[in-house]
Design a protein. Sequence first.
Length: 492
Amino acid sequence: MGLIDKDLVSVQETRDLLKKAKEAQKEIAKLSQEQIDTICKAIAKAAFDNRVKLAKMAQEETGFGRWQDKVLKNAFASRDLLNAIKDMKTVGIITNNIEAKYMEVAVPVGVIAGLIPSTNPTSTVIYKALISIKAGNAIVFSPHPSAVNCIKETVRIINEAGKSVGLPDGAISVITTVTIEATNELMKSENTDLILATGGSAMVRAAYSSGTPAIGVGPGNGPAFIERSANIPKAVELILESKTFDNGTVCASEQSIIVEEVSKEKVIAEFKKQGGYFLSKEDALKLEKYILRPNGTMNPKIVGRTAQVVAELAGISVPEDAKVLIAEETRVGNLAPYSREKLSPILAFYTVNTWEEARDLSMEILYFEGAGHTMVIHTTNKRITEEFALKVPVSRLLINCSATLGGIGATTNLMPALTLGCGAIGGSSTSDNVGPQNLFNLRRVVYGVRTLDEIRGEDIFEEVSAIAVEDLGLSKDQLVDLLVERVLQKLK
């Protein structure tokens, strides 16, 4: 027997899954809002009931993060997301404005390709399945190679739950023979109507260049500015809570801290008090060399690891109670790894003189990497908040909260989401926290409300004519001749 070509097998599997998904989506499109909502409730409940099991599987398989935090992410992607979308109209006529004479009809986009990262594998599957089905679509998942098993199990659980209450077979599926060729086939197939991409920059760029409509997100690299009016102990508590959540694997998490000189010592003292460990210059240099790979991308060995593991890998020693490794920095750019996105408990620490300098430094950091994503400010000064809101290139400006939990909508009124749009400035097609509203099109049904004469302004001309006849003694024809003569004079 000859050797089996894995690439060919994976491509054929993908084609089969897409074909089945296409047929399943036709059946989903016939379901009522009530039927769709029943399926979504079943999916969310099954995911929530298995949140611990799936969290442990994800942590064990990938080695990233903390399973306890992944439990919360699974709960967020199921229970919390369902609560946010359960009353959303996504099927059939969703708007009927009789007075304005227009209707809006939701039209599913069709079959969605769901690209899943290894940092948040199970929660992202739950989230993307829910928002896709809620909007009347089918979805085929392409798992990250290092998280295949936990993703397959998540799909199995939610698929069985959905099918038990009427979800068509093939509406939720996953590629099991994972190759680059399979992912490319998924993105470029004529049976794929939209790509929902969450992952690294290279993968997102591939999605946008595939020829298929895509919603992708860029990297996060959010600064956290602790302005002098902030409640410093609370700000530090929130930053540490955020940066240590699942060991920093959420892209909205803080990547650097900016403080003013006037409050620098207080902030440093508070970080040390609460578990932030400031690296010596020598140790900071050792870790700096380990943050990136030779090709300039993030070293995957640091992703989702504890401060102690990261330090050991870099050849330095830190206390057992150190929560986050902090290095003082002044630079931004390719020669300053601390100014980059670091999906681990590592923070850069910048000092400036004024809030204006903090704003400009934030912009420099974000334009270098992370434009369009997220930033957090700790302040009680509303004017400064407005100044940042007007100029800083982010889609989410968070005030006095955790960047991780606030950015995904867990502790704010943003749409609960694990795909965070970065807008055009970040190379994304949307700046939204992506939800069901991004996964259907609108068919607008409108009635005529103005005549051609009204568009031409004939009614206005009649009013002007009447005034001219009364005041000047001119007939309508004489008024027209006079206007034409004046126009011709102007043209000369």
